[in-house]
Design a protein around this ligand. Structure first.
Ligand code: SF4
Length: 293
């Protein structure tokens, strides 16, 4: 949804495809994950508040009554302080009478850096959902991919967000452990998904993007991406072992070989049956040419 004055490529989760995107920060304040090519071309900065309010005003005139969801980009917009967030959320509420939810990406560091009282104020002002991507629950993999936070920090980040009334969407990345840590990665990720206990849960599939540190490791043989069948096996372990209270689980991101959807744990058996059929070659996987980042 326009009007747009975006800089660089904009990334947003599939569930925000119908959201109006406000690019409040440029890039990612962490910008270190070894597999991530999203913002390599951007130096991180927070855009001036006046500029953002102007943009909201333009969107109000163009789309005011249509906007129900707003996604605040870029990489980890939660990093902004409340002096930025609160006027922004106020302006969004005033501009869009049908606004149902505002969401953004957040790192575990962003969430842990904000006192719980601040997270609650953000919730009260309209921020409803944070997308957090630990990518793996294996401590070795988390260190290798330079996620910047470990298992404990992700559990604590999710706990704080949920205590403040924010919904959490946790994202894991099949293949992130390479062939070497594939089993630990799958099991650890399921355990972390259980401990984070999010409302939404997603699994994406790693693509090694040229120019990233991970691509260099791959070129020198120090990282080997598991084959599609092994990635499905990781997904199977994940679905079989993750025990959130009640999470909407999706693998509908374009990077995945097999789009799945259901609730965990309620639909576990149905999801496992589809996965087993796929592992036995009875389900057509998304072809390489149709996969995306
Ligand atoms: S935190 Fe997210 S956007 Fe930032 S470098 Fe890591 S994967 Fe990329």
């Amino acid at each position: 949804m326009g009007p747009m004055r975006y800089e660089g490529t904009i990334y947003r989760p599939p569930s925000e495809a119908d959201a109006w995107i406000l690019q409040a920060t440029l890039g990612c304040s962490h910008n270190a994950c070894t597999y991530c090519a999203m913002y390599r071309d951007k130096a991180f900065r927070v855009r001036p508040l006046e500029e953002l309010l102007e943009e909201v005003e333009l969107a109000r005139r163009a789309l005011g009554s249509k906007v129900e969801k707003v996604f605040v980009a870029d990489g980890d917009a939660l990093v902004m302080d409340l002096d930025h967030w609160l006027p922004l959320l106020g302006a969004l509420r005033a501009a869009f009478p049908r606004l149902r939810r505002v969401s953004c990406y957040a790192t575990a560091m962003n969430l842990c850096a904000k006192p719980e009282a601040e997270l609650r104020r953000l919730r009260e002002a309209g921020l409803a959902l944070v997308y957090v991507g630990p990518e793996s629950g294996d401590p070795v993999v988390l260190r290798r991919i330079a996620k910047g936070a470990g298992v404990e920090e992700h559990v604590e980040a999710s706990r704080r967000a949920r205590a403040a009334g924010l919904d959490v969407s946790a994202i894991f990345l099949l293949g992130a452990g390479g062939v070497e840590r594939s089993a630990e990665h799958a099991r650890g990720s399921a355990a972390l998904a259980t401990a984070m206990n999010p409302r939404f849960l997603a699994a994406l599939t790693l693509t090694v993007v040229p120019g990233t540190p991970l691509a260099k490791l791959e070129a020198t043989g120090r990282f080997v991406l598991p084959a599609p069948e092994a990635l499905l096996g990781e997904l199977r372990t994940f679905v079989a072992e993750a025990r959130p209270d009640d999470a909407l689980f999706r693998t509908n991101h374009a990077s995945n070989y097999l789009p799945l959807g259901g609730r965990l744990p309620r639909d576990r058996e149905r999801l496992l049956a589809v996965l087993d059929a796929a592992l036995q070659g009875q389900v057509t996987l998304r072809p390489e040419w149709a996969r995306g980042l």
